[in-house]
Write a protein of this length. Structure first.
Lengths: 220, 220
DNA sequence: TAGATTGTTAATCGATTAACAATC
DNA sequence: TAGATTGTTAATCGATTAACAATC
């Protein structure tokens, strides 16, 4: 009788998504510590830098393995290496940018993605005036070419910066040709099938929740 | 004997921050419903549109008042009005942008903030070549003028898009001259005193947590 | 009135923290 | 060895969901 995949893999209890979302923060801090020449770090020290409890750090890491030494702490370089491996940050990821308006251009020109293994390898826009233009070293393709290029270039991540009303349609097409992670800048939350990840970047929501705390509620 | 402020204000249990962060989503959906001509909406219908349970919507709203009618639901226009009032979205907010590089320019030119009552009224940059330039109708000021202009223009919100190494310093200055809400685009989390709000926009973190799910973990 | 839906309390779920035996 | 710190279990905390009396 076949074992189910969970028991085959000897998996401990599944890692919550909130924990996965914190791992990149750990990677960032460890990268800085490595640059500063630190060799070992304790959960206590990491917690201080990240403003979280040491218990949370140890618990988070325990979902993925045993990386520390009692009495000593974690080797900065080894823990960093393991976390990057777990997050897939040692791989190169081909990324498409869809929508080359003002925001799309800022994203394409932003140097912050590349150091982390994200390669912007294709850009798309529906505007014929923009198609053919070179932005940040990339020639802008028309949306008609999307399916072909996404498949041929093995693009699994897309950054979508198109007008709100086109977002769901664009995301649907991307998912249909193999994209499994979408970073969306439109103020909606596109719906995708199970197994596809979406993260929304929505600064207006952030501002709108902060104003709550700037507002006097004594009379309501 | 003086009552403590909680009992003076007849406050029910304090609203959790997660709830405040959802209110702008409710405002957004209700705005759309109003445009579509809907007059009444139930927690059930709102829940379907937002992909959350109706119970969560009713519970969230209950922290701020009783807005519905049993057997009928919520008046779209009235609930929208009340939520905007609670969030301070009927006020105008003067906003400064600090850092007029590529990202700052994209932010200044982005039309999406204005409709929601956020007025970009001042821009600052440390680069003398940029100071004096006009971007999106605003003359860029030098950082020396920051304190004076933030105070005189009653700016309580700042959008910070400066290099990482200058971020904490800039935020400290902003807070010192009265800013109480910061939208930060650098890949760090600036520390601020109690009572000041910070939201970080950090697309790299979003990408880095998504790659986890694109990665094969069977051999680790 | 009968049916529908709220507002709220209680139950459940999940995430965080504390505590401590194991062990470097 | 003695001291320090992990990894993990149990306790706590907080957020979500279910259930239902109140009531439109």
């Amino acid at each position: 009788m076949a074992l189910d995949s969970a028991s085959q893999n000897q998996r401990r209890s599944a890692e919550p998504e909130v924990v996965v979302e914190r791992l990149p923060l750990y990677v960032r801090i460890l990268t800085r510590l490595l640059q500063e020449g630190a060799e070992v770090v304790s959960s206590q020290q990491l917690g201080e830098k990240l403003q979280v409890t040491p218990a949370q750090i140890r618990k988070d890491l325990s979902y993925f393995g045993r990386f520390g030494k009692q009495g000593r702490g974690y080797s900065v370089i080894h823990l960093l290496e393991r976390l990057k491996l777990i997050l897939g940050l040692n791989s190169f990821w081909n990324v498409a940018v869809v929508g080359v308006g003002r925001l799309g251009r800022a994203i394409l020109s932003y140097p912050g993605f590349t150091p982390d293994g994200f390669h912007l390898v294709a850009a798309f826009d529906s505007n014929p005036d923009v198609v053919g233009e070179t932005v940040a070293g990339l020639t802008v393709n028309s949306l008609e070419q999307l399916d072909e290029i996404v498949s041929s270039k093995k693009i699994s991540i897309a950054i979508v910066a198109v007008p709100t009303e086109h977002t769901q349609g664009v995301v649907d097409r991307l998912v249909a040709c193999g994209v499994r992670a979408v970073l969306n800048y439109a103020p909606i939350s596109p719906q995708v099938r199970e197994g596809v990840r979406v993260r929304n970047i929505d600064p207006v929501l952030s501002l709108q929740s902060m104003t709550y705390y700037l507002t006097d509620h004594s009379v309501e």
